[in-house]
Design a protein around this ligand. Structure first.
Ligand code: C5P
Length: 222
């Protein structure tokens, strides 16, 4: 493949939706396919990085590459543990659609219809934030989050950049169901002082552009 611009670097990528159990046979999740995260993981590996893909519920099989290790997880709590077990890393890309809430009264056995359903929820930890706000020395030098929004895309992306202490937010508009499961994506690279809007591109090409952006962050630093 192309030049190994990230040789010697380590990366963690999260992909797909998390699954939050209701009982032993039912769950809550979202429509994330994991395609964009998979594409980023493979691009990073092709660029020479040692990649850990922490995969939630993904539709396609996880990509295969000698420099790519896959850790499969179910819930947000498992995803957070897998991410932190995989640290330290130079690069973190949080592409997963982490469920904001989990069922706090989930059942280990199948809930019977006759007993009714009265679910309660508690908030999941913010995994990207937990990585972005790690102390210097433990925090990956490049932390990237995604923002899927239907309104005020750029404004919310800028807020996430700050609150999660990311270096870049890749913002995409998910109104009219135009991203989940599709093979292309229209994204904006939102940094503290700049916004770069890309045209609609295949997810593989978005991944290539992102890897180029990442490689630039390391230029001249080693
Ligand atoms: O806050 P919001 O969910 O819109 O932010 C999206 C970004 O934050 C994504 O990068 C996603 O992977 C990450 N995230 C996370 N943990 C959560 C919620 C979101 O890592 N609990």
């Amino acid at each position: 493949d192309s030049a190994e611009t990230l040789k010697g670097k380590t990366a963690i990528v999260t992909a797909g939706g998390t699954i939050e159990r209701i009982d032993s046979v039912r769950y809550i999740s979202n429509f994330s396919s994991g395609k964009q995260g998979n594409a980023i993981a493979i691009s990073l590996a092709k660029a020479g990085a040692d990649v850990t893909l922490v995969a939630g519920n993904i539709k396609d099989p996880a990509p295969q590459h000698p420099k790519l290790r896959v850790v499969s997880v179910e819930s947000a709590l498992e995803m957070k543990a897998a991410v932190h077990n995989s640290l330290p890393a130079d690069i973190y890309v949080g592409c997963a659609a982490v469920c904001d809430f989990r069922v706090s009264n989930s059942s280990d056995s199948k809930i019977k219809k006759e007993s009714g359903l009265d679910l309660t929820f508690e908030e999941n930890p913010d995994i990207a934030k937990s990585v972005g706000t790690l102390p210097e020395g433990q925090r990956p030098s490049v932390v990237i989050g995604f923002a899927a929004e239907t309104d005020n895309l750029i404004e919310y992306a800028q807020k996430k950049l700050a609150s999660k202490n990311c270096d870049l937010i890749v913002a995409n508009n998910v109104s009219n169901g135009s991203v989940f499961g599709k093979d292309s994506n229209t994204v904006h690279f939102v940094e503290k002082d700049s916004i770069q809007s890309l045209q609609e591109l295949p997810k593989s090409e978005v991944a290539t552009q992102l890897v180029d952006w990442i490689a630039k962050q390391f230029q001249g630093s080693d």
